[in-house]
Design a protein around this ligand. Sequence first.
Ligand code: ZN
Length: 1002
Amino acid sequence: MTLKGLLLYYVIAFVAITSCVQAKYRVYNTSQGIVPGKLNVHLVAHTHDDVGWLKTVDQYYVGSNNSIQGACVQNVLDSVIPELLADKNRKFIYVEQAFFQRWWDEQSEAMQHEVKQLVGSGQLEFINGGMCMHDEAVTHYIDMIDQTTLGHRFIKNEFGVTPRIGWQIDPFGHSAVQAYLLGAEVGFDSFFYGRIDYQDRAKRKNEKSLEVVWQGSRSLGSSAQIFAGAFPENYEPPPGGFYFEVNDKYPIIQDNIKLFDYNVQDRVNDFVAAAISQANITRTNHIMWTMGTDFKYQYARTWFRQLDKFIHYVNMDGRVNALYSTPSIYTDAKYASNESWPLKTDDFFPYADRAHAYWTGYFSSRPALKRYVKVMSGYYLAARQLEFYIGRSETGRNTDSLADALAIAQHHDAVTGTEKQHVANDYAKRLAIGYTEAEEVVATALACLVDSPSDNGCGRSTTRFQQCPLLNISYCPASEIDFSNGKNLVIVIYNSLGWKREDIIRIPVANGDVTVFNSEGKIIESQLVPPADAFMDLRDYYVRAYLGRNPMVPPKYWLAFPVSVPPLGFSTYTISSVKRGGGHSIRSSIQTFESSDKSTVEVGQGNLKLIFSSDKSKPINYINNKSLVEESVEQSYSFYPAYNGTNDKAPQNAGAYIFRPNGTFFIKSEGQVPLTVMRGPILDEVHQKINEWIYQVTRLYKGKEHVEVEFIVGPIPVDDGLGKEVVTHITSTLETNKTFYTDSNGRDFIKRIRDYRTDWDLEVNEPVAGNYYPINLGIYMQDVKKEFSLLVDRALGGSSIVDGEVELMLHRRLLLDDSRGVAEALNETDCVLDECKGLTIQGKYYFRIDTIGDGAKWRRTFGQEIYSPPLLAFTEEDGDSWRNSHVTTFSGIDSSYSLPDNVAIITLQELDDGKILLRLAHLYQIGKVTETSLSANQERTEMEKKRLVWKVEGSSSSGEESKLARGRPVDPKELVVELAPMEIRTFIIDFDHKSYRRAFDA
Ligand SMILES: [Zn+2]
């Protein structure tokens, strides 16, 4: 159309619209549906409600603390419902169930009835449907599943519906596990998101490839694919001024001809222009507009009034078709178009929103919170199993509040570390409350299970078990008892894994003259290791900081001994004084080597040996006498001074989200620091004080073929005015050719190539930060002969910046904000009374070197062991009667059976309706078993029937492939569960009868 023609068209359209407008009550026609042949603009009214960020989840819900942010989710839900009732064509989606459930509980029956009708008619649709919109980088897949299940089951129970759409619009990059596991396997038909790399986005706009078919799993291929769409910019309305919150500054449609500033045609033109611009980068004639953003619709009428008018006038104009829609309607329209879509594999990490702004700092932000979440997650898994054995209590303590706290902690401003400090404290407080309740469930369950079966009922058990959640700071009053008065210490060790576990337990003890007995009453070998000052300082400070009291006299030793625990069961170990016991625990030998000694020292009691040189400039020799692997390993610490970009043209500081290093500074030991070696029959330790604020212990256990490194880092000094990001490097001689592998949410490993992206030609502007990836389980690298694997104890960021080398970011302390909204520097401190200092963290990582092809088994099984550590419960006994009067070993599964070592039970839980939720495989005496979607809100067969089959560019339909990738359906008589590689299967089990103590065939 020529310019003149275009003008004429507008004039005609303007006359057409104004001539039928009168300045009196007006009914807007909002009933428009999809019009084939036209460009359809799907208006999706939504609000993005962070489950904690600048304010806590409860502050956001009730709308308090508004000086920080004017946000009240109660207002949103209170005001949206009447607006939906006022016009049956209006639609709204709601996402975060943590908020919705708070609101729902407060509503009258009449209101609940009306809302159920709105959900039934599709006017109000639950999207995503988890408790929160979880992060995808630093979350573990079990936590993602649990928090989604919690929301989905609530929606199913209250409304009888299953959410169809994944809606991860704000998380900072997107994972493969999200696409295939939390998308396809949940039964979602599509999945939408806002944040992908700016370079990737530009290319995808050009190629109209923002919308794809995503196959996140190489193992499951097209059988777990999903239609996935990145928004053109973000999750807000399109450019052109379409925000209508009560205080927004954009022009509303003024359509009262009697008043000044009538602007209908202007606004219709704005609308059409924005629609055409988006259509130019989108396949098919359907585009989606996300009409809302953070905490919008607090006065919903202001939005719906404008949306009504737009739909009315734009459709009168007729150039494009505007309609009230939802992501479900949009997805169905995309599917009906029969278009072929580009294929996407792997993931969308790392994410940069512009040059020098890589959101890879948050992979490590708040390392203590990240560890806390991980510990609680593993504990929750074990606690649910124990709760299941004795039957869930509706009235007393149960694991529900830990479930809730963990669910909320997965939010993309929670475990990510990108919230304000007071909000981080709130998450930790919730976890602590949840833990306290779950701890009682565990203690009660164990007390019940150790009672002889002849003692009827759990309630009568007199055993009081204590646990030690502060073992990480060497604090365990329950184990630090005085043996002199004839008491014995009883330790029940529970193993939540589906296979038998051989492990080494370490507990602090007050006295070294002790003997350790196993479940049969036999004396077993044990070792005493004196605790280093660095650990005792940590204990002293943090007990005072967090418990508000002085710790008791420090323990004299760590007592280490080997344990063997059956699958889903426990063993009992007792410790008594030597006088009573006979054989005694062996004290470690201690040697120190000065740097000037020029000597070497070999440690390791088993197949694995490390040879250290007292001259720290020399590498460590790694030798495995069984696998015959030899390697030379160097280990060091550095920090990246944080970039201060305040004065730049395009300012960008390092902050809670963003990693932007300004050079590297290697940390050298200050002066002559000796190497201290402790040796004994169970384990050897090498202690190194790296500097005043970094301490490291390298540990080798007899019978284990990996190296354990424990570190204490902090307080990071900032008195030079510089924020710092502390990393450790582990260097090998492997020729890795820029290639390494990192896990996706603790599950699949994904290949990474330095300075390279599969989907576009990367312009490298941050050679370190731009190569960082999230690590939940581990990182590995390989050459033609060997592979080097490293596993972590919490989520953190890492990379391989140099061939043969792994880098892990352990701690960050920053003094500036990175301008992504949190408006607070990531400068964590702890205080005793009024004296505060920077946060110190303690943690572990584990590494191992194998011949090529042999590392996967260790990464998988040991990774599961890190996630599910042995659960220790302590009690005292007078005399030696425990073994005669109690059950000392127990297994939840038949003694003739152990799960294959590549299968883990990730959920065994009694649901509130008394049914049992089981994830993965096992045989039980059961009445009925039903396979379900991952979030257990629909039957699997039903889900498969509904599954949309999307066309992928350049490939024919491959139904056969999807069959190959899957285990067969479960035969209801045989109850044999097959698992294909990387498959997770979920079952709901109805027991024929209920009993308080569910020991199957024990
Ligand atoms: Zn958000």
